[in-house]
Each structure stands twice: as structure tokens, then as C-alpha cells.
Design a protein around this ligand. Structure first.
Ligand code: PLP
Length: 443
């Protein structure tokens, strides 16, 4: 039975961001809390919340029930009409969004949210260019992948890349793109973005992941985001915060920008907003942007925009984050995870850096701690060469622990409900799996 499912899947459906040959997905039959099970009954502890999205844990009952109730009541209505769930979700979002962001566009993914944000920024400012940063991911369709700094953009270049995106340096205090160190640098990477705006005409917006996600949980120093916000504001350029991954308690706050008291002009989000149980993307905008579209064409929309089934779980999800105290819990359990990962660093010479905030952690693997040379670079992943992180992930999976590997780092971002016993279980498997990387060290 399971072979059938895998064969039908791989023969007739596409596996994403990979060559199709060799794809052998796990046939998942059940998921609950912090674990999922395959068709043979094997249990996996989920240390990356799938794609860092199942923040409340799998099959949260309140969320599932809300979707079922909405399906029975009103499964679809044109976005030109309204329905209660649309209005109530907007009202509820006001409770958690950074103050001042009070009008929303509802799409069906993080990618679509960013596409909408770019279009809105361009319409509002009358300018065209978007400044993004190299170490970033903003989505997979034309505009959002063009604004993606990482190697996933390379596949559509040069012919497919829409014009109008300029890339600047990311903030990465482990491997500074400007070769500086904080605090002596005075966040020179933020100053560089100011320099870019001043030398590029026609800049509509700067987009940042306030804490870079897939590309390695890069946490900015405290003075970075406030400086970027100020730089952008002074120049009439909008700041877009992409909180698709960093939102919804992941970092210990509703949104990562809340750590630094920064209110962007536009905030995009998805994933944890519905606990990934329904495909919702949200664009939250400032009142100034909202007012602009009162008398100017909001030239955007989809059949599935503000879809009742995607909105249905939002209120239940927000109530669950609160009932389970998951923002504080992410901070507390994050400290536990951080201490254990740092202990692994003492033990495993292949670990170059461990960094995190809340329950959002990266373990960076290097050939040599002194030179920080990574085992693999993005070109290896793009060219489908074997990656050391993939071998570590496979070893952890054998031991019943699922986590995400990316180029030369591992992402540890479990559901925010994870217990200490589950953390111990995950760390023990990771500990054993990291021997695989240690064995690849040259010395
Ligand atoms: N932005 C960020 C920061 C993301 O991490 C992702 C997905 O991982 C996206 C955008 C794209 O979201 P989606 O996969 O829902 O299209």
C-alpha cells in the first residue's frame, strides 16, 4: 500500500526544489503534537515543525475544528463580498500586529503575500526598485524569487528574472559580508543599504527577513533594524518585514520586529498564522498606505483571496498561542535548546556556530572552526552535489528525528509546545548524527 502511494506520488506529482529522480518521500499517515508517523508505524520527532510552520504542533484540535465548522457554514464566497470570518479575523489581527498596521490583504501563501507587498509598494510610492539582501528567501514566483537573494533565484536568471531588484549585504555577525565585527562596525551593513538607496534612483522598498530563516537564523544586533527603519523613512522608502517564518511566536514574540520595537510599513506573513493547517498569506499595511488606496486603484486580487477556509483557523490559532502561553514558552524552551546545542558544540568539532532566538536555532557546520570554511556552499546544492548536512539529516531520521538541513547548517525549530523530554530526545539523536559530520573533517 505505502509503495503504491510513494510511486503514484513520484510518478505523477512534482517534488519541489529538486531533480525528480531519486525522490523517495516519507509516506506520512498521522501527525500529533510534536511527532508524525510513517506508513510502517515509525515515529519521527519533528524538530523543524515541517517547514517551520506547525508552531502549535500537529493537529491542534481548536484549529481543525474551526476549519471544519467554517466548511460546513460557508466554504467559499467571492472576495468581492464579505463574510463574518473575514471581518473577525481582521479585527483579531489588530490584537497581535505591530501597532499601526491595521489594514490587511489575504492571499494564500507567503510568496503571494510578498508579491502583493511589492505591487502595493510600487503603486503607493510610484517607484519601482526593491532592495533585498543576498542571504534571503522571499518566495518562488516571478517577483518574490527575483527578490530572493539565495541560490533559488539563479535558476530563473537571466532570462526569467523580472527587473527592478537590487541586492545588498545581509546582516551576518558570524560571517560578516563586509569583513567587519560588531559593535565596532556600527552596523556598517545598515549604512550600506542607505548608500545603496542614495545611489539607486527609484527605490520603492527595502525588504528584510527581520530574523533570516532558512538561510541560517541570522539575528541582527539590536541597533540594526531600528537603523534600517530610520534610513528608509528618511528617504521615503518603504520597509517591508517578511515575517513568513519569523512570525507567530517562533522568536518568542508575535513578530520578530517586536524585539526591536520596529514597525515596518508593510509586514507579510503566512505559515504559523493558521498553524499551516490552511494556506493563508497576510499583508499588513500602515494606515498611510491604506489611505492611499482609498482613491487609487488597488490593482490586485485573486479568486481565493480572503478565502473563508484559509481564514477560519486564525482566531482559534491566536487563542491557542495565548492559552498555551507559547510566546513565553518559546523563550524558555529556547534557552533550554540553546544550552544543549552549545554543549554539542563543545563536543563536535564540526560545529562552527550555534545561534538562535526563541525556538528558532541554526547549527552551522564547518570544515575548520578557525577559518569558518563551510562543508558546502550554495553552488553545491544548486548543482545537486552531496551535502554533509543531508547526511546528518538522514542519520537523524534513521534515529526517528526529523530536522531541516540547508547548504551547510541545520535548522532546529520544533513546535512551540515541545516538552523538555522531547528536546532531550531530539538532541540525543542530533548528537549521534553529528558524528557523521565530524568524520568528514579533514584534520
Ligand atoms: N518568505 C520567507 C521568509 C519564507 O521562509 C518563505 C517560505 O519558507 C516564504 C517567504 C515563501 O512562503 P510560501 O512557501 O508560503 O510561499
Amino acid at each position: 500500500m505505502s509503495d503504491d502511494i510513494v510511486e503514484l506520488t513520484t510518478k505523477h506529482t512534482y517534488g519541489t526544489w529538486r531533480a525528480q529522480r531519486g525522490w523517495k518521500p516519507i509516506h506520512v499517515t498521522r501527525a500529533e503534537g510534536c511527532a508524525f508517523w510513517d506508513a510502517s508505524g515509525k515515529r519521527y520527532l519533528d524538530l523543524s515543525s515541517q517547514l517551520i510552520c506547525s508552531n502549535l504542533g500537529h493537529q491542534n484540535e481548536a484549529v481543525i475544528e474551526a476549519i471544519c465548522a467554517q466548511a460546513r457554514q460557508l466554504a467559499y464566497i467571492s472576495p468581492a463580498h464579505t463574510c463574518e470570518v473575514r471581518a473577525r479575523v481582521a479585527q483579531k489581527l489588530l490584537e497581535v500586529m505591530p501597532k499601526g498596521l491595521d489594514k490587511f490583504f489575504f492571499a494564500t501563501s507567503g510568496t503571494e503575500a510578498n508579491e502583493a507587498a511589492f505591487k502595493m509598494a510600487r503603486l503607493y510610492t510610484g517607484k519601482h526598485k526593491i532592495i533585498a539582501r543576498y542571504t534571503s528567501y522571499h518566495g518562488s514566483t516571478a517577483g518574490s524569487v527575483a527578490a530572493t537573494g539565495d541560490f533559488r533565484r539563479w535558476f530563473i536568471e537571466p532570462a526569467g528574472k523580472i527587473p527592478g531588484v537590487v541586492f545588498g549585504p545581509e546582516v551576518n555577525c558570524y560571517r560578516c559580508p563586509l569583513g567587519r565585527s560588531h559593535p565596532e562596525c556600527g552596523v556598517a551593513c545598515a549604512d550600506y543599504l542607505a548608500y545603496m538607496i542614495d545611489h539607486e534612483e527609484n527605490v520603492a522598498a527595502v525588504i528584510v527577513e527581520p530574523v533570516v530563516g532558512t538561510n541560517g537564523v541570522l539575528i541582527p544586533p539590536a541597533d540594526y533594524l531600528p537603523k534600517i527603519a530610520e534610513v528608509a523613512r528618511k528617504r521615503g522608502v518603504l520597509l517591508i518585514a517578511d515575517e513568513v517564518m519569523s512570525g507567530w511566536g517562533r522568536t518568542g514574540k508575535w513578530f520578530a520586529v517586536d524585539h526591536w520595537g520596529v514597525v515596518p510599513d508593510i509586514l507579510t506573513t503566512a505559515k504559523g498564522v493558521t498553524n499551516a493547517a490552511a494556506p493563508l498569506g497576510v499583508v499588513a499595511t500602515s494606515r498611510a498606505i491604506a489611505d492611499y488606496f482609498d482613491d487609487n486603484m488597488f490593482a490586485h486580487g485573486h479568486t481565493y483571496e480572503a478565502h473563508p477556509l484559509t481564514l477560519a483557523p486564525v482566531i482559534a490559532a491566536i487563542d491557542e498561542y495565548r492559552r498555551l502561553d507559547l510566546l513565553d514558552r518559546a523563550t524558555k524552551m529556547g534557552d533550554v535548546v540553546g544550552a544543549k546545542l552549545r554543549a554539542l558544540k563543545e563536543k563536535h568539532p564540526s560545529i562552527g556556530d550555534v545561534r538562535g532566538i526563541g525556538l528558532f536555532w541554526a547549527v552551522e557546520l564547518v570544515k575548520d572552526r578557525a577559518t569558518k570554511e563551510p562543508f558546502n556552499v550554495p553552488q553545491d546544492k544548486a548543482a545537486r552535489r552531496p551535502l554533509v548536512v543531508d547526511a546528518v539529516v538522514a542519520e537523524a531520521a534513521k534515529r526517528g528525528v526529523s530536522l531541516m538541513g540547508w547548504v551547510s547548517h541545520l535548522l532546529v525549530a520544533p513546535p512551540l509546545i515541545i516538552s523538555e523530554a522531547e528536546i532531550d530526545e531530539g538532541i540525543a539523536a542530533l548528537d549521534a548524527a553529528l558524528d557523521v559530520a565530524d568524520q568528514r573533517l579533514s584534520g
